[in-house]
Design a protein around this ligand. Structure first.
Ligand code: FES
Length: 318
C-alpha cells in the first residue's frame, strides 16, 4: 500500500473530477503501464478501482478521473463531494489488466463516458511512440466529454458521438466505428456494459480473433454473479487442510471469510483479479470478467469472489 496526498483537483467535464496524487513521503511512485488501474481505499472501508490516465512515463504523480455515478454506492459520491486537496489516501500498486498489444500496428479505441480514462493513458503512449491510433468517443453530451481538448492534441483521429446531438437508440450501432479495421489493428473498448457488449458482438460478426479485442469493465452486469438456481458445494483449501461449505447464496470468498480465512480481494465483482487462486481439482463455473476464454477453458485458475463450481467440490491452492 502507498500513502498518497491529493495535490490537485480539477473539473475535467460535467460530472468528471480529475485528481492528481503524489506520494506522501515525496518519493517517486511505482511505474505503470498504460491502461493500468489502482485500488483507492476510501473512508468507510470502500475500495474502488480507478484507471491511471496520465502519461505512463511519469512517476512523480498519478492522475485519475472519477465520474459521478448516478448509482454511486458511496465511492464516486465521496470523491466528488468530500475529497479535498491535501487529503491523504491509501492506494494499491498499479495493476495492468487492460494493455496495449505489442502485436498491433494500429490501435482503435472505443470509449464510453468515463471509460476514456485508461484509454487516455494508452493514447498518450501511442502519441509518445508515434503509433497510429483512432478514437471513437461516446458521451451523453459534449459537456460530459472529459479530456477532449487534450485528446485533440495527441495526433490521432477523434470521433465524438454525443447522444444529445442525434437521435440514438442505446446501445449505439458500433458497426460504423469498426467497419474499416486494418488487419493489423487491435480494438480496445472501455465503457458501459451495453457499449462493450455491442463492440464484442460486432467483433464476432466481423470474425475478429479474441486476441485483437481488449475490454476493460468498470462494473459487472447486474444479473451476472449469483442466481437463484445456484446450489451449495464444498471448497477444500489444500495447503491448510480445511474444508468449507459454500452456501447457495454466498461466494467462495464469503464462505472463506465466514470461516475466518481472509484471502486478498478488492472489487468483489470479478473485475480486478486480486482474489485469483490456483485451482487444483474440480470443475469451475467461471463467472468473472478477467480470465480470458482460454484461461477459463484451462480450468487452472479461479476468481473466488464470483465463480462457483460445476462439480460437488473444488480444491484450491490455499
Ligand atoms: S476481488 Fe476483484 S476479481 Fe475478485
Amino acid at each position: 500500500m502507498i500513502e498518497v496526498v491529493v495535490t490537485a483537483l480539477r473539473d475535467e467535464a460535467q460530472g468528471v473530477l480529475g485528481i492528481e496524487l503524489r506520494a506522501a513521503d515525496g518519493a517517486l511512485l511505482p511505474p505503470f503501464e498504460p491502461g493500468a488501474h489502482v485500488d483507492v481505499h476510501l473512508p468507510g472501508g470502500l475500495t474502488r478501482q480507478y484507471s491511471l490516465c496520465n502519461d505512463a512515463s511519469e512517476t512523480a504523480r498519478y492522475c485519475i478521473g472519477v465520474g459521478l455515478s448516478a448509482l454511486s454506492r458511496g465511492g464516486s459520491a465521496y470523491v466528488h463531494e468530500k475529497l479535498r486537496e491535501g487529503d491523504r489516501l491509501m492506494i494499491g500498486e498499479p495493476r495492468a489488466l487492460f494493455r496495449l498489444s505489442p502485436d498491433a500496428a494500429r490501435h482503435r479505441f472505443i470509449a464510453g463516458g468515463i471509460g476514456i480514462t485508461p484509454i487516455l493513458a494508452m493514447i498518450r503512449w501511442c502519441a509518445r511512440h508515434a503509433l497510429p491510433w483512432e478514437l471513437h468517443y461516446c458521451v451523453r453530451s459534449r459537456l460530459n466529454a472529459a479530456y477532449l481538448h487534450e485528446l485533440s492534441l495527441l495526433g490521432g483521429h477523434v470521433h465524438l458521438y454525443a447522444d444529445d446531438e442525434e437521435a440514438v437508440h442505446l446501445p449505439r450501432d458500433v458497426g460504423p466505428m469498426m467497419c474499416d479495421l486494418d488487419p493489423t489493428e487491435h480494438v480496445y473498448c472501455c465503457g458501459p456494459g451495453g457499449l462493450m457488449d455491442a463492440v464484442a458482438a460486432q467483433g464476432e460478426r466481423l470474425g475478429l480473433p479474441p486476441q485483437r479485442q481488449h475490454f476493460e469493465r468498470f462494473t459487472a452486469p447486474v444479473s451476472a454473479v449469483q442466481t437463484s438456481s445456484d446450489s451449495a458445494f464444498t471448497v477444500v483449501l489444500a495447503r491448510q487442510g480445511v474444508r468449507c461449505n459454500v452456501e447457495a447464496d454466498e461466494s467462495i470468498l464469503g464462505s472463506l471469510e465466514r470461516h475466518g480465512i481472509c484471502p486478498p480481494f478488492s472489487c468483489r465483482e470479478g473485475l480486478c483479479r486480486s482474489c485469483e487462486v490456483v485451482l487444483l481439482a474440480g470443475e469451475a463455473d467461471h463467472r468473472d470478467y478477467v480470465l480470458s476464454d482460454d484461461e477459463q477453458r484451462l480450468n487452472k485458475s479461479l476468481i473466488i469472489c464470483v465463480s462457483r463450481a460445476n462439480s460437488r467440490e473444488l480444491i484450491i491452492d490455499l
